[in-house]
Design a protein around this ligand. Structure first.
Ligand SMILES: Nc1ncnc2c1ncn2[C@@H]1O[C@H](COP(=O)(O)OP(=O)(O)OP(=O)(O)O)[C@@H](O)[C@H]1O
Length: 614
């Protein structure tokens, strides 16, 4: 495949399909930069997304047109008048992550094999005329997070779908019968309404059968459990899986938000299929008091519903909640952090968010928006595609590994230091980050470090087990008092520097779990034994003439991890020291880049800083 071939495939599609609105697709213009609805890969070599909602396309999708876009990840043709069967040759689109064909007039059966779309996370075929049964092979879509088949004419039983990542399901308004399979009972009633499913009876304690000597086989047990009860117990079960539970709750909550407003359009939409503007397909439905609050200058325009429709992926579970990556249909990628129960009320929460949201600095990951309701607290950030410093340092092992060079590590350190120094100015010089660690530092502009996740410890009490990643960054006084301070931020930053220098995690468990090695103690012992060179990451050894700089950086790090908080340098001082590392440049590297205007330290200041007591 090539870009020229992709372009031709799109032109072939456009020529063959009647459409109401004109499209600015001309052979002479650049497909990546000029064509409406088309997105190319970062290197401009392939078309990766096509979004053409509400263009007025009608008739079937001609074979061998769109299916030639072999690098396509997102295809949205929602809200058109497309008809005919589900295009069989879409099986060639094996890289699809999102397929949105809702609000059209497709008919016939669903594809019998779903195995080609291994990466699919969102599938929306709602508001069409698909009939036949739901194939069990939907279970092959193991990455699926959102499945909407509502408002079709699907019949038969719902197969037992094993979709562990599914957080949004809508099968409502079809002709499905039988019972809801166990695997899907975690979803709310509304996911299944408007079908001919067997009624579900309420379960009261008196209706519980007396224990039988021989339990009947599962197939004999009537589903005599109300959805609400069921989902509660299902949720309880799932809670053990932690992550899945959070997912379901998010889905439930967001789904309820959506279905309140969505219900009307679903009812009226049933009879009048066909053209529908994309605006109508999206219904605003949140409680005015519980909106996403955007900060000034934020270019995003989406609501909770859009977040719900986005294909979401769990990035990880941290001490304050779970982070999701959400790709909205307009290809905006954001990170949604779903916080655990906040320890403060709405007002305090909002105040803290305002403080955090005010910080606009190139080395601080910007908080774009937040959401607060009784049951749900969300924070929205930009997505950093290169991953965190943690994953860059300790991620991919083996042959494909690209070691982080010294240049980049210096920039990460300097950027992060500047970001933290900026945070420490805020709130009359009292704001504390409270959670500095490598998984909260990202590569920003020109690879400088960018710190994320600030100010959370003051609103949520983190649970930090003594042997955990986070624990390795905690200053000794925080372990005792549990109170983070600017001085403890300096300590955590020092640990981050040691991590960059040694390539080692702050806490390592060795000897089959018997021995815990704390990075700070280990470095102390190695340095004490005068094996300093042994400290450094072997991956740095291939870069020439950097030992001097590394030793200097090690001194700065050791300063930061001084045991007594009051003896640690302040963040602006740390910034100056790191900027100073390049002052002793041997002349073979550009050094100006690391100077901030007018803040270069004097040699005396430097010497003092580096020889400060440990
Ligand atoms: N804005 C972002 N862009 C890209 N990845 C992110 C972003 N924010 C968080 N992540 C990644 O998501 C994962 C989970 O993040 P999260 O902040 O929830 O947990 P953590 O950093 O491991 O712990 P903590 O909650 O203590 O900060 C981490 O791997 C983190 O690097």
């Amino acid at each position: 495949g090539s870009l020229a071939e992709d372009k031709q495939a799109l032109l072939d599609f456009l020529t063959a399909v009647p459409h109401g609105r004109g499209l600015n697709w001309r052979r002479a213009t650049d497909v990546c930069s000029r064509w409406t609805g088309v997105t190319c890969s970062a290197d401009g070599s392939r078309v990766i997304a096509v979004r053409l909602p509400g263009i007025g396309f009608s008739g079937p999708i001609p074979p061998n047109t769109l299916s030639r876009l072999s690098a396509l990840r997102i295809l949205s043709l929602r809200s058109n008048r497309l008809s005919g069967p589900f295009p069989a040759d879409f099986a060639n689109l094996t890289t699809l992550t999102g397929l949105h064909l809702q609000f059209n007039s497709f008919s016939g059966s669903l594809p019998s094999h779903f195995s080609p779309w291994k990466n699919l996370t969102a599938l929306d075929l709602s508001f069409n005329d698909f009939n036949g049964s739901i194939p069990a092979s939907v279970s092959n879509l193991t990455q699926l997070t959102a499945l909407n088949l509502s408002n079709n004419s699907l019949s038969g039983q719902i197969p037992d779908l094993k979709l562990p990542n599914l957080l949004f399901l809508n099968l409502s308004h079809n002709h499905l019968n039988g019972t809801i399979p166990k695997s899907l009972q975690r979803f709310p009633n509304s996911s299944f309404s408007g079908n001919d499913l067997s009624p579900i009876y309420p379960l009261t304690s008196s209706s519980l059968p007396a224990p039988a000597p021989l339990p009947p086989s599962p197939s004999q047990v009537p589903r005599a459990v109300p959805m609400r009860k069921l989902s509660e117990s299902a949720i309880l079960g799932i809670a053990v899986g932690g992550c899945v539970f959070l997912f379901v709750m998010l889905a439930l909550f967001l789904y309820l938000c959506c279905s309140r407003g969505g219900e009307e359009s679903f009812v009226s939409g049933k009879g009048s299929k066909g053209y529908r503007s994309p605006e109508k397909a999206v219904t605003g439905s949140q409680d005015v008091n519980n909106r996403l609050v955007f900060f000034e200058g934020c270019p995003f325009a989406f609501d909770l519903e859009d977040l719900l429709r986005a294909s979401a992926e769990v990035l990880g579970k941290g001490s304050f909640g779970t982070a999701y990556k959400a790709v909205l249909e307009d290809s905006t990628t954001v990170v949604v952090k779903r916080l655990k129960e906040a320890g403060v009320g709405k007002k305090e929460f909002e105040q803290q968010m305002e403080v955090v949201g005010r910080i606009k600095h190139e080395n601080v990951v910007e908080l774009k928006a937040y959401y607060y309701s009784k049951d749900e607290k969300l924070m929205v950030y930009d997505y950093y595609s290169q991953g965190s410093v943690f994953s860059l340092l300790h991620g991919k092992r083996g042959q494909d590994r690209i070691p982080l060079d010294w240049e980049t590590r210096l920039k990460i350190a300097l950027g992060a230091a500047r970001g933290i120094a900026r945070i420490h100015i805020e709130n009359n010089g009292k704001l504390v980050h409270g959670n500095i660690k490598s998984s909260n530092v990202f590569l920003g502009n020109q690879q400088y470090g960018c710190v994320a996740d600030l100010g959370l410890p003051s609103i949520i009490n983190p649970m930090v087990p003594p042997v955990s990643r986070t624990a390795g960054y905690r200053a000794p006084e925080v372990v005792d008092t549990r109170k983070a301070s600017q001085a403890s931020d300096v300590y955590s930053f020092g640990v981050l520097l040691l991590e960059l220098l040694t390539g080692k995690s702050p806490i390592r468990v060795v000897g089959g779990g018997d021995e815990v090695i704390h990075l700070v103690r280990w470095v102390h012992s190695v340095v004490r034994e005068e094996w300093t060179a042994e400290v450094f990451d072997v991956e740095l050894m291939r870069f020439p003439n950097i030992e001097e700089e590394m030793v200097e950086m090690l001194q700065i790090a050791m300063n930061c991890v001084t045991r007594m908080p009051e003896r640690r340098p302040k963040m602006p001082e740390v910034v100056r020291m790191i900027e100073g590392v390049r002052r002793f440049d041997s002349g073979n590297r550009p050094s100006a880049e690391f100077r901030s205007e007018g803040s270069a330290p004097t040699p005396a200041q430097d010497a003092q800083a580096i020889s400060a007591p440990q």
